[in-house]
Design a protein around this ligand. Structure first.
Ligand code: GSH
Length: 242
């Protein structure tokens, strides 16, 4: 039975898993889960994961959630080139350091900006108050600065001359606010040059293909117009603003 990956390309961790599998030519079956209609809360997906989030990997009877664990599993199982997740203790620890940091920093802040600039207006028809939006963008800017000053410094990639899992996870997260029309690369030449190197290593075509959904700024609003707004999203927004 082929490896199955449950994905929705609105999701940054899904894009990292998809790209990693494609770059390393790992064969898999793409199982689409439509988050915008709440498919993750349906009965079928509940049989795959009670966490009800994507990505999910299913390898025979083995089911794995959490993108970082999935990337590490794929790297080990398919013996991908060492630079992705080096065997050397210190180099691996550097990759792990970023992978641990990103959850509550670049991912949390980029996601918040995405929700504020894209999801909230698409669901409610109104903009997030300016002071909340400015604060969210400030948090994102602070994370991007740490990414540049600590994790990247003057190196071509996070751990040196070659791309690793940290670069892959970083780029998909950073593209999330970019998809809302906020060009975070403007005024950041080092970050832009890194983005270009990462895109080249991944392959511009597969990178752009994976980001097509997120770069279509009006897509969510159009989906909600045609299919309605799922209940879980209304509840999430209530929690976010109360
Ligand atoms: N830490 C998890 C995060 C997974 C996650 O939050 N997935 C989101 C999309 S980015 C999701 O499926 N959300 C559905 C929901 O919360 O209803 C990972 O890295 O895989």
């Amino acid at each position: 039975m082929p490896l199955e990956l449950y994905l929705d390309l609105h999701s940054q961790p899904c894009r990292s898993v998809l790209l990693f599998a494609k770059i390393n030519k790992i064969p898999f079956e793409y199982k689409a889960v439509d988050l915008s209609t709440g498919e993750q809360y349906g009965e079928e997906f509940g049989k795959v994961s009670i966490i009800r989030k994507v990505p999910v990997l299913k390898d025979g009877s083995f089911i794995l959630t959490e993108s970082i664990a999935i990337l590490q599993y794929l790297a080990a199982k398919h013996r991908t080139p060492d630079h992705w997740y080096p065997a050397d203790l210190e180099r691996r620890a550097r990759v792990d350091e970023f992978l641990s940091w990103q959850h509550t920093n670049i991912r949390a802040h980029g996601s918040k900006v995405f929700w504020f600039r894209d999801v909230v207006p698409a669901v409610t028809g109104s903009q997030v108050p300016k002071e909340k939006m400015d604060a969210a963008v400030e948090e994102l800017n602070a994370s991007l600065k740490i990414f540049e000053d600590k994790f990247l410094q003057s190196r071509p990639f996070v751990i040196g001359d070659k791309i690793c899992l940290a670069d892959l996870v970083a780029i998909v997260e950073i593209m999330q606010p970019v998809g809302t029309g906020l060009d975070v690369f403007q005024g950041r030449p080092a970050l832009s040059a890194w983005r270009d190197r990462v895109k080249k290593e991944i392959g511009v075509e597969i990178f752009d293909e994976a980001h097509k959904t997120i770069m279509n700024v009006n897509a969510l609003a159009q989906t909600f117009e045609s299919k309605g707004i799922p209940e879980f999203l209304k509840l999430k927004l209530q929690k976010m603003f109360n």
